[in-house]
Design a protein around this ligand. Structure first.
Ligand code: PGA
Length: 250
């Protein structure tokens, strides 16, 4: 049985005042049967880790540099993230792939560096609306899976998030059948590549997950949780998603 995961991506939102939401979330879930991860902006990592300590909430960053350290002004290394008390890092989010021109091989290199620092990588992939309309979704996913996931990845170090780009922040969600198709396909591809270990990788769905659609999405056998943007900013929105996830695997 894979342990489910609810990961929240705050993106470039919030200030230290937002840590009250993290505190509320940790207080609402003193125990959890799912892994809960909050990924705040980098300046909040250290304080977030202190607040989450002793609770089931783990803290993650939203990106790291592929190099261990060096002359990379403005960038953040995996080691710094771990040093701040975080245990996870989101890599290859479509917003970074688009705005920062991150390629599959960049994401793969970042994942290796994150793993070396002891971080669990949450690697994102997903198709554009045009790619879906052209019936290219599975080809795109196969390419991103092959290119973004390092050969050394294991289910313990790597979580994969399927995030159709057209569903992110739009309120549009694929049908359950569309989600099942992609997640079953990802599991198949992982099995071809990683053999029996493929069953240990958690596969998250992301893109407009809300309290009112979470339970439906979690019905899919190969959906092991969610990567949540907007609805992770408030504990009162994220908490019911965690509850729906826990109920789905109870
Ligand atoms: P959303 O974002 O939940 O606001 O659609 C998801 C994501 O980008 O991870």
């Amino acid at each position: 049985m894979r342990r489910t995961m609810a990961a929240g991506n705050w993106k470039m939102n919030g200030t230290s005042a937002s840590l009250a939401e993290l505190q509320a979330l940790a207080a609402t879930h003193p125990q959890a049967s799912a892994d809960i991860v909050i990924c705040p902006p980098a300046p909040l990592l250290f304080r977030a880790s202190e607040i989450a300590q002793g609770s089931p909430v783990a803290i993650g960053a939203q990106d790291c540099h592929e190099m261990k350290n060096g002359a990379y002004t403005g960038d953040i290394s995996a080691e710094m993230i771990a040093d701040a008390g975080a245990t996870h890092v989101i890599l290859g989010h479509s917003e970074r792939r688009a705005a920062h021109h991150e390629s599959d091989s960049d994401v793969r290199a970042k994942a290796r560096t994150a793993h070396a620092a002891g971080l669990t990588a949450i690697i994102c992939l997903g198709e554009t609306e045009a790619e879906r309309e052209a019936a290219n979704t599975l080809d795109i996913i196969a390419g991103q899976l092959a290119g973004s996931i390092p050969d050394s990845a294991t289910g313990a170090t790597t979580v994969i998030a399927y995030e159709p780009i057209w569903a992110i922040g739009t309120g549009k969600v694929p049908t359950l059948d569309q989600i099942i198709e992609v997640h079953d396909f990802m599991r198949e591809k992982l099995t071809t590549r990683f053999g029996a270990d493929a069953d240990t990788f958690r596969l998250l769905y992301g893109g407009s997950v809300k309290p009112d659609n979470a339970a439906t999405i979690f019905q899919a056998a190969n959906v092991d949780g969610a990567l949540v943007g907007g609805a992770s900013l408030k504990a009162s929105d994220f908490s019911p998603i965690i509850n729906a996830l826990e109920a789905s695997s109870a």
